[in-house]
Design a protein around this ligand. Structure first.
Ligand SMILES: [Zn+2]
Ligand SMILES: [Zn+2]
Length: 281
């Protein structure tokens, strides 16, 4: 028989002999072992890859939901990870990707996104050398609130509070939004008084800082004034007339900045809260 070898050499004849692709029913399969043509197989692989990526993102969102929306604490470092995994790479099959791996992948992506914005921020603001106060580290925002509530108000002592905590950075909450969120949370969860709208803010590198003036006196006068006007039935004197001279020198400063200190390379958001308040009379 000399027909078969000739057919395989010409190629055209051999392609015609192969069955049609299972997916498109037009092109012949690439070789007898496959049921689809190459373009169809490429397309299918691409879709598979995309759906795996989607699954990973869903996993991340799920973790976010479990951890209480967007205040995911910085994960504790895993000190022995590198040495432990050096011998055995991974046991789990490809698609059984662990949560940690999924997060790791997300983190890398955020870092890339962030690298772009970093360039133009850095070029705008020259580094300013200011002596850094020592910030006491807290595990979470709630932890920090508790301490502030315990220490403020203290009528017989002035207050100097420096507190900090870190959380996992999320792609849709930049440092500016984080700082504002921290301010709202502070106001809602502590005894501090300040006007969220009356603020000064500035950027320095990745850091976004907001200053608020303490309004503790204004708020106590407001109460007194309304009590008095209620008592005398007078509506002429409003509480706002009293506020200018009643401002105390208390300051609340909130800063949110990128945190790359985590040994496993998690991108974090570091929150710093500074409160300076004079002794109350
Ligand atoms: Zn096909
Ligand atoms: Zn005050």
């Amino acid at each position: 028989m000399d027909f078969a070898p000739t057919a395989s050499i010409t190629g055209l004849a051999s392609a015609a002999e192969l069955p049609k692709c299972n997916a498109c029913h037009k092109a012949p399969v690439t070789n007898a072992g496959y049921s689809t043509c190459r373009p169809c197989r490429d397309k299918r692989n691409e879709m598979k890859k995309r759906s795996q990526q989607k699954k990973r993102e869903q996993k991340f969102r799920l973790l976010q939901a479990i951890a209480g929306s967007d205040n995911i604490p910085f994960p504790a470092p895993r000190p022995t990870e590198k040495s432990a995994s050096a011998g055995k790479k991974r046991k789990a099959p490809e698609d059984e990707e662990s949560l940690a791996d999924a997060l790791e992948r997300m983190r890398k992506r955020f870092k890339k996104m962030e690298a772009f914005t970093k360039v133009d921020v850095a070029s705008k603001s020259p580094p300013v050398a200011t002596p850094e106060p020592v910030f006491k580290k807290f595990v979470s925002a709630g932890d920090l609130h508790k301490t502030i509530k315990r220490r403020y108000p203290d009528n017989s002592n002035s207050l100097r509070f420096y507190g900090t905590y870190a959380i996992i950075a999320l792609p849709d909450v930049d440092n500016k939004h984080r700082a504002r969120q921290v301010a709202r949370d502070l106001r809602d969860n502590t005894t501090l008084h300040f006007n969220l709208e009356n603020k000064e803010s500035y950027r320095n590198g990745t850091a976004y800082t907001i200053h608020y003036k303490c309004t503790c006196r204004a708020s106590s006068i407001k109460r007194t004034a309304s009590d008095l006007s209620l008592y005398f039935g007078s509506k002429n004197k409003t509480a706002s007339e009293e506020t200018p001279k009643s401002e105390c020198r208390g300051r609340i400063e909130i800063c949110a900045e990128d945190d790359r200190s985590h040994p496993q390379g998690w991108l974090g958001q570091r929150v710093k809260v500074t409160i300076t308040h004079p002794k109350k009379i």
